[in-house]
Design a binder for this molecule. Structure first.
Ligand code: ATP
Ligand SMILES: Nc1nc2c(ncn2[C@@H]2O[C@H](COP(=O)(O)O)[C@@H](O)[C@H]2O)c(=O)[nH]1
Length: 164
């Protein structure tokens, strides 16, 4: 399994590494990637920053027969659903990763401590919109205990559970 590294115009949080967590790019570079058709999908997420999936590495992995995981928002998932329909023989499964409850989602976001109260409210508003779209997805996995949820995701993807 290969986890795609997204490009984003968001600034890195402490501890985030360019090329590992994201490719942190300027607005100009993001514009260039979009104009050159190098994004499989992209969206403005939480009404603020742009995030997108670089097309090349995903296509390389698919050609090599490696299952690819995209961790993207609802708008991106809708774009990928459209794109997949035009790609012969490609199989995609759309997984909705749900929090155990809205209160727990809020508690975790507060615990992460990376946003201002205003920014957090924006993210919670996005979460409400996304939770309302759960039925668009093929499978829901509840992110209660991280290792259990990861194992369930690996099972959906048909790959052996990660060794820990
Ligand atoms: N299963 C879990 N158990 C406990 N804490 C979790 C679990 N999953 C995620 N968290 C914590 O919740 C916080 C938010 O998770 P994450 O950073 O993955 O956000 P996100 O889903 O990408 O949401 P956003 O789009 O707002 O960033 C993080 O501090 C993360 O460590
Ligand atoms: N459409 C896309 N959405 C993406 C991509 N990478 C991440 N995301 C979404 O953004 C939020 C916010 O991320 P954060 O790192 O600022 O907390 C994340 O939860 C995803 O839903 C992408 O490539 N395309």
């Amino acid at each position: 399994m290969w986890l795609s590294v997204s490009a984003t115009t968001r600034s890195p949080r402490p501890g985030e590494v360019d090329g590992l967590h994201y490719r942190f790019v300027s607005h100009e570079e993001f514009d260039r990637l979009v104009a050159a058709g190098e994004m499989l999908e992209w969206a403005v997420v939480h009404g603020q920053n742009r995030y997108g999936t670089p097309r090349g590495p995903v296509e390389d992995k698919i050609r090599a027969g490696v299952p690819v995981l995209l961790e993207i928002d609802l708008q991106g998932a809708r774009q990928v659903r459209e794109a997949v329909q035009t790609m012969d023989g490609l199989d995609a499964c759309f997984v909705f990763l749900a929090p155990p409850s809205f209160a727990e989602l809020e508690r975790r976001l507060v615990g992460r401590g990376t946003e201002s109260a205003e920014e957090r409210e924006r993210r919670l508003a996005t979460a409400r919109v996304e939770l309302a779209a759960e039925s668009e997805f093929d499978v829901t996995i509840v992110n209660d205990e991280v290792h259990r949820a990861t194992d369930e995701l690996m099972s959906v993807m048909g790959v052996p559970a990660l060794t820990r």
